[in-house]
Write a protein that binds this ligand. Structure first.
Ligand SMILES: Cc1ncc(COP(=O)(O)O)c(C=O)c1O
Length: 373
C-alpha cells in the first residue's frame, strides 16, 4: 500500500520559521525579531477586542462589512474592492491559488518576503527569484525574467527584510512593462511607516488597472499581529475571485472588532510612526558607530551587515540571545552575514544597541589581541 502523497511542490517547501520569542531559561526576552508594533496594541483596539467576548459563540460577519467600511473610510477606497484575510499571508496564498498552478512561474525579488516562494510551491508553481541591485528590487531584471509562463509578480514595497523601497515611478514602469495577463501584487505591509514623497503603496494603480492588487496588514503599524488580519485592495474581478475562494468566516469576530477600532485610532498610528521616526535613525546611528553596515530603511526594522561575515552575524545573534535580546537571523533569505532588528521601545532600542556595541567591541579587542600575539 502506498501512503497518501502531497501534491508536487509541497515537500519542496522549507516551512516558514517565524521570529523567535523565547530567551534562555530565566532571561526575560526582548523580542525584536518580527517587525511588530513597538508600542503594543492601541488601547481602543484592546477595548473592542474585550467587548467582543460575550459574542464569541456567534459566527463573525463573513463579509467583514464594518471592517471593510472602516478601511475604506480611512484610505478613501471603495469597500467592495476590499477583501479581508487572516493576515496578508492568507491573501498571498489565496491569490497564488487562484492565479498560478503547475507549470506556471511566480516572480519575486531576490530578498523578497519568504511567503511568496512558499505560496508558489504550495500550488505546484515555480518560484523565480530575480537578483537585486543594492538590496533593492531591479525593475529591468524583473521584466527580463517574465516568460509566457509567468502568472504573478510579488513585490514587497517597502521590502522585508531589506527595508528598501521602489519609488512610485519605478513601480509604474514595472507595471507598464508587464503583460496584462500577469498579476502584479504590491505588498505594502509597511506603507504607513514610509515618509517619502516619491512613494505610493499602489492604490492608484489598483484603481487604474485590472491586473494589480495591493496588500496591507494590521500586523505592523496597527500592532494586531496576534489577531491575523490583513486586506487586499483589488480590481472588482479579482475581489470576486478572492471572495469565492476564501473561507466563509476567514476573519474572526474579535479580530474584526479590534480592527475597526484600530483603523479609527489615527492618534495611535501617528504615535507609533513618531516613535519609529525617532528610534529607527537613532538605532541606525548606534549600529553604524559599532562598525556595522546599516541598510537605509524606510520601515520599522533595520538590516545590518557584519563585516566579519556570516560567522560574525551568527556569533552576535548568540551573544544577544544569551542576554535575552531576540533579533532575526537572515540565512533563510540568503543574507547570512546580516541580522534584522525591529525598532522596539526606547528601552529595547537602547538594550539592543548596547548589546551589539558590546559584541563588536569584544570582537575587535579579541582581534587586536590576536594580531598582537
Ligand atoms: C512584506 C510582508 N508581507 C506580508 C507579511 C505578513 O503579514 P501578516 O501578518 O498580515 O500575515 C509580512 C510580515 O512580516 C511582511 O513582512
Amino acid at each position: 500500500m502506498t501512503s497518501p502523497a502531497p501534491k508536487p511542490g509541497i515537500l519542496e517547501i522549507a516551512a516558514y520559521v517565524g521570529g523567535k520569542s523565547k530567551a534562555a531559561p530565566g532571561v526575560t526576552p526582548i523580542k525584536l525579531s518580527s517587525n511588530e508594533g513597538a508600542l503594543g496594541p492601541s488601547p481602543k483596539a484592546m477595548a473592542a477586542f474585550t467587548a467582543a467576548a460575550p459574542d464569541l459563540h456567534r459566527y463573525p460577519d463573513g463579509g467583514a462589512i464594518a471592517l471593510r467600511a472602516a478601511i475604506a473610510r480611512r484610505y478613501g477606497l471603495e469597500a467592495d474592492r476590499i477583501v479581508c484575510g487572516a493576515g496578508s499571508d492568507e491573501l498571498i496564498a489565496l491569490l497564488t491559488k487562484a492565479y498560478a498552478g503547475p507549470g506556471d512561474e511566480v516572480l519575486y525579488s531576490q530578498h523578497g518576503f519568504l511567503m511568496y516562494p512558499i505560496a508558489a510551491k504550495s500550488v505546484g508553481a515555480t518560484p523565480i527569484a530575480v537578483p537585486e541591485q543594492n538590496l533593492t528590487a531591479d525593475i529591468d531584471g524583473l521584466l527580463a525574467a517574465v516568460t509566457p509562463n509567468t502568472r504573478i509578480l510579488f513585490l514587497a514595497n517597502p521590502n522585508n527584510p531589506t527595508g528598501t523601497l521602489l519609488p512610485a515611478e519605478a513601480v509604474r514602469r514595472l507595471h507598464a512593462g508587464l503583460p496584462a495577463s500577469v498579476l502584479l501584487v504590491l505588498d505594502a505591509a509597511y506603507a504607513e511607516y514610509v515618509d517619502r514623497n516619491d512613494y505610493d503603496p499602489g492604490i492608484g494603480l489598483v484603481q487604474a488597472a485590472d491586473n494589480v492588487v495591493m496588500l496591507r496588514t494590521f500586523s505592523k503599524i496597527y500592532a494586531l499581529a496576534a489577531l491575523r488580519l490583513g486586506w487586499a485592495y483589488c480590481p472588482p474581478a479579482i475581489a470576486d475571485v478572492l471572495n469565492r475562494l476564501r473561507g466563509p468566516f476567514n476573519t474572526g469576530l474579535a479580530a474584526q472588532a479590534a480592527g475597526v477600532a484600530a483603523m479609527e485610532d489615527q492618534a495611535f498610528v501617528d504615535a507609533v510612526k513618531a516613535h519609529n521616526d525617532i528610534w529607527r535613525p537613532w538605532l541606525a546611528q548606534e549600529l553604524a558607530a559599532a562598525g556595522l553596515s546599516v541598510v537605509p530603511s524606510v520601515a520599522n526594522f533595520l538590516l545590518v551587515r557584519f563585516p566579519g561575515g556570516a560567522a560574525a552575524a551568527a556569533a552576535c545573534y548568540r551573544f544577544l540571545e544569551a542576554r535575552g535580546l531576540i533579533v532575526r537571523e537572515m540565512g533563510g533569505y540568503g543574507l547570512g552575514d546580516c541580522l534584522r532588528i525591529t525598532v522596539g521601545t526606547e528601552a529595547e532600542c537602547r538594550a539592543v544597541a548596547a548589546g551589539i556595541t558590546a559584541f563588536c567591541t569584544e570582537q575587535s579587542t579579541t582581534a587586536a589581541a590576536g594580531s598582537a600575539a
